[in-house]
Ligand binder design. Structure first.
Ligand code: HEM
Length: 483
């Protein structure tokens, strides 16, 4: 198992062996790497009845206390009851439940960019945490140093460290979980002890806040409140002895942090990096936004479906361009599936309990998929007015959110919140390179951290309002959100 940037090595091997399916045997475990979209959909979607489980993460689930996390649960009844709740809440027809929370957090984000533009990275991290706290618990938090967001980011970092295939020897040899922590070589055990309980300590307080607010009649509409009401959970019980239903609700709300915060942040940072790399795209998209939205208001969710917006192909491709989604796709090597029974594919035998990793860099994107070339997504027939999307190109978001029954249930919320964040950012701000001491622009460096959190390496940039009018618009929007 390569120790870093596994996806690159897997792609090289796929080419070297001329195969879109690879088998690795690592410390007794079978890993199957699927290196094409077709192989990934053939197995993870078309045979999803047997390819929908997860490998057992002994470190995270048995030693660190993450077994209640939907992302890690094996396929079965427990997973189904959690997943059902999640899907009901995040069904596209329920978007009105989370859009107001997204909008509120976004206004605060834009205002903090005005107040302290040099802290843009922190504001971005805060934005994602604030959206989740709003949607999951109806909490509206101050722009800085929120303890719930800090705790959540510590918890997510643990997951990121422990999710990489082969990261902890105890995942391949579960018997090792019984060795005492003083035993030579048992550093994983000491790490597990220091991590144990962090998840519960992070997701319990906001859940209990909702229960308490329910008793007082002050709870805001949110996922936790709706689910407690749906299951008819007694609001008077706010001790720590939770019923089975309450545990499911607490875990489901808590899973939002692991599923949505780091992924959303990576998307947003990648977008900002892309705008630095492709200034012409930024300018042209801003011109189109000016034409569609104007300077009197900020973009709103309704704009996303408007005819005018959809005719403006450049904006559409700026927001969904492959570069961004492909990087995100790479990032998700880290959520493998597990096959429950022996299987055969293209003549190859796949043993029961193999860990199956999709690693998809789709060939339809062409050799320079990392370049911003919106026109590869567009077609203009002879005598036709305007461009239309090229049906022969694969929509990158069909890959980035995973496959089959385990595909991301937060996809619609993720896309809507990403759309609103980046269109508001471009509408009101210019994203330009930072300037060094000699007054020269610092060129953007496109580098990613290897690991389950494939975030861009920290980079500098300047984010400034496009005009005083734009700044005033943001202040007004925040005032009306706070009323
Ligand atoms: C840019 C944002 C996001 C990306 C790229 C993303 C991507 C993914 C991917 C690739 C998976 C694994 C799918 C598989 O195993 O085949 C996943 C799972 C999951 N995601 Fe997301 N996600 C994003 C945002 C969100 C948000 C906002 C939420 C919560 C509202 C969320 C909740 C989840 C959950 C709960 C799972 C586990 C599903 C299961 O195992 O059954 N994600 N996501």
């Amino acid at each position: 198992m390569p120790s870093s940037f596994q996806w690159i090595k897997f792609s090289q091997w796929a080419e070297e062996f001329d195969s879109d399916i690879l088998h690795l045997e690592v410390a007794g475990a079978n890993y199957i790497v699927l290196n094409s979209y077709d192989a990934a959909t053939d197995l993870l979607e078309k045979r999803s009845n047997i390819y929908s489980s997860r490998p057992h993460y002994t470190m995270l689930c048995d030693l660190v206390g993450w077994s209640g996390d939907l992302l890690l649960m094996p396929y079965g009844n427990e997973w189904k009851s959690h997943r059902k709740l999640f899907q009901q809440e995040f069904h596209p027809s329920n978007s009105s439940l989370y859009l107001p929370h997204e909008k509120k957090a976004l206004c605060a984000f834009l205002k903090s960019l005005l107040d302290a533009p040099e802290e843009w990275g922190e504001h971005a991290q805060h934005l994602l945490g604030a959206i989740i706290l709003g949607v999951a618990y109806g909490l509206h938090v101050q722009p800085k140093n929120n303890p719930d967001i800090k705790a959540a980011s510590k918890m997510v970092d643990i997951g990121i460290n422990a999710l990489l295939p082969g990261e902890f020897v105890v995942d391949n040899f579960p018997i090792l979980k019984y060795v005492p922590s003083w035993f030579p070589g048992a550093s994983f055990k000491r790490k597990a002890n220091s991590w144990y309980g962090i998840r519960n300590a992070t997701i319990t307080p906001p859940f209990m806040k909702v229960k308490k607010a329910m008793v007082n009649g002050t709870a805001e509409d949110c996922l936790t409140l709706r689910c407690l009401q749906r299951f008819d959970c007694p609001d008077s019980r706010h001790d720590s002895n939770l019923s089975v239903e309450e545990e499911i609700i607490k875990n489901t709300a808590g899973t939002m942090f692991e599923g949505g915060s780091d992924t959303g942040l990576t998307a947003l940072l990648t977008f900002i990096l892309a705008m630095l790399c492709f200034p012409h795209a930024q300018r042209e998209a801003q011109e189109e936004l000016d034409e569609i939205i104007g300077k009197e208001r900020l973009p709103d969710h309704e704009d996303e479906d408007s005819e005018k917006y959809n005719e403006n192909i450049l904006i559409k491709s700026v927001f969904s361009f492959p570069w961004l989604w492909l990087y995100l796709t790479y990032r998700f090597l880290a959520v493998p599936h597990r096959v429950d029974t022996d299987d055969t594919y293209k003549g190859y035998f796949i043993p029961k309990h193999s860990i199956v990793i999709p690693n998809v860099w789709d060939k339809t994107y062409g050799p320079n998929a990392h370049l911003f070339e919106p026109k590869r997504w567009l077609l203009k027939g002879p005598g036709q007015r305007g461009w239309r999307l090229n049906p022969n190109m694969r929509e990158p978001t069909s890959i980035s959110f995973g496959f089959g029954r385990r595909a991301c249930p937060g996809k619609h919320m993720a896309l809507s919140s990403f759309w609103l964040s980046v269109s508001s950012l471009l509408h009101s701000f210019n994203i330009t390179p930072a300037i060094d001491r000699d007054g020269n622009p610092i060129g953007p460096k496109v580098e990613y951290v290897s690991g389950a959190a494939n975030r861009p390496v920290p980079f500098q940039c300047t984010i400034k309002p496009r005009s005083e009018e734009h700044a005033a618009l943001i202040r007004r929007a925040l005032d009306s959100e706070s009323e």
